[in-house]
Design a protein around this ligand. Structure first.
Ligand code: HGY
Ligand code: MN
Ligand code: MN
Length: 412
């Protein structure tokens, strides 16, 4: 399938992404956290886009948007095309949302061509993939896989609001979560298209990639507690400075994360209390994100980091509280579905690169329900989680055509 005439599919993709990028919680930059007002607006807009593509659509009990095309045999196991519309803080417009929009563009094009699928086709816009607001782990896609952890409802955001409270304010329904679980065997496959968020496709001059496996992720919230004091009067030897202790610990995270070429470890957020120029810091709350393709290596890395941090706390006379918030296993993609995606790429003349994903995705949760596979799209400089995130209209067009061919192969 050659490039669509004047890159129509790529342009349509960029147009829908532009519309969704307007829904932000922070004027001047794109921040759309789970269950925020911007998430509500984006979910409503996505619902309209899916309905305008000719599918029935609704916002589910957890705030995900689900569109459905019954096809010739509605009771057959169907295919789900999905990704997420929540974002990190100060995000790019492509992470997650690209995969939802390409699902919409694909069904629009297939319906325009008069395609009559042999099984249902669904488009899913998950709402909590970044887990950037609450201590959750892919909660909205895990719900479809029947693996929602009720404890997530009691998790609190930085403002002390529980997920349950935010869900009710959003218009969701904590009582409707169990009903979201799909019967095993009811979905024949999950396809997710996502920007690579890394530099390999660009380095190898490939537009598209096939994900072999998704790295495992450990996350935790940590709190170092020392003692506030006067910056001018307390001798250095008598301090229990929470920030100096945290700084030493953060250097440990970087050093141990760098030990293996395949491991990464990041402290993405830190908050100092009371946070005044002339007060010795009393408390520092910070986050840990540690990843590896091998779970045993990841567990060993996290254990080494926490042991050294606890030794620093003892030596400095401060306390260290550790709240694990995520343990997401390394997840291989389904080889058959991945091969089908690869054939679809080749059928449009785009030889794909096969690569692992350092980023987490809803496909990790969906792999518990059904065969899952991911198609990566080249992004400029591999930049992501950054407003400079970008793809070309040509690559968007290629991704749309590869996805359309994949759906034809599965549901033709
Ligand atoms: O953090 C991640 O890997 C993804 O962007 N949620
Ligand atoms: Mn993502
Ligand atoms: Mn992300």
């Amino acid at each position: 399938m050659p490039a669509s005439s004047d890159l129509r599919l790529g342009r349509r993709t960029m147009e829908l992404l532009e519309q969704l990028a307007r829904h932000t919680d922070e004027p001047g930059r794109l921040t759309r956290l789970y269950l925020s007002l911007a998430h509500r607006r984006a979910a409503e807009a996505t619902c309209v886009m899916i309905e305008e593509a000719g599918l029935a659509a609704q916002i589910d009990a957890l705030g995900s948007v689900a569109g459905r095309w019954d096809g010739r045999r509605p009771d057959e196991p169907g295919v789900i095309i999905g990704s997420h519309i929540d974002t990190v803080v100060d995000a790019g417009r492509f992470d997650g949302t690209l995969g939802v929009v390409l699902g919409i563009v694909a069904v629009e094009e297939l319906r325009r061509e008069g395609f009559d699928p042999s099984c249902p086709i669904e488009v899913l816009a998950f709402g909590d993939e970044e887990n950037a607001r609450f201590p959750t782990n892919l909660s909205t896609s895990h719900a479809l896989a029947g693996r929602y952890d009720p404890a997530w409802l009691d998790g609190k955001d930085s403002g002390g609001i529980t997920l349950r409270e935010a869900l009710v304010s959003f218009g969701g329904d904590p009582g409707g979560i169990d009903a979201l679980a799909r019967r095993p065997g009811s979905v024949r496959g999950y396809l997710e298209v996502h920007i690579e968020q890394g530099p390999l496709l660009e380095a190898q001059d490939r537009a598209l990639g096939i994900v072999t496996a998704i790295n495992g992720i450990s996350r935790a919230r940590l709190a170092v507690t020392g003692e506030a004091g006067h910056a001018g009067t307390v001798p250095m030897s008598m301090r229990r400075d929470a920030l100096a202790a945290a700084a030493e610990m953060i250097a440990v995270v970087e050093r141990i994360g760098a030990r293996h070429s395949e491991t990464v470890a990041t402290v993405g957020a830190a908050r100092v209390e009371p946070g005044a120029v002339n007060v010795i810091p009393a408390e520092v709350r910070w986050t840990l994100d540690a990843r590896a393709p091998d779970d045993a290596v990841r567990d060993e890395m996290v254990k080494a980091i926490l042991e050294e941090c606890e030794a620093i706390a003892r030596r400095r006379g401060v306390t260290l509280a550790i709240e694990p918030t995520m343990d997401s296993p390394a997840t291989p993609m389904d080889p058959h579905l991945a091969a089908l995606l690869g054939n679809a790429c080749c059928s449009i003349g785009e030889e794909p690169l096969h690569l692992a994903s350092g980023a987490g995705h809803d496909a990790v949760a969906m792999a518990h329900l059904c065969p899952a596979a991911m198609l990566f799209v080249r992004c400029k400089g591999g930049i992501s989680h950054n407003p400079a995130e970008s793809i070309t209209v040509e690559d968007a067009d290629a991704a749309a055509r590869a996805l359309i061919e994949s759906v034809r192969m599965i549901a033709g």
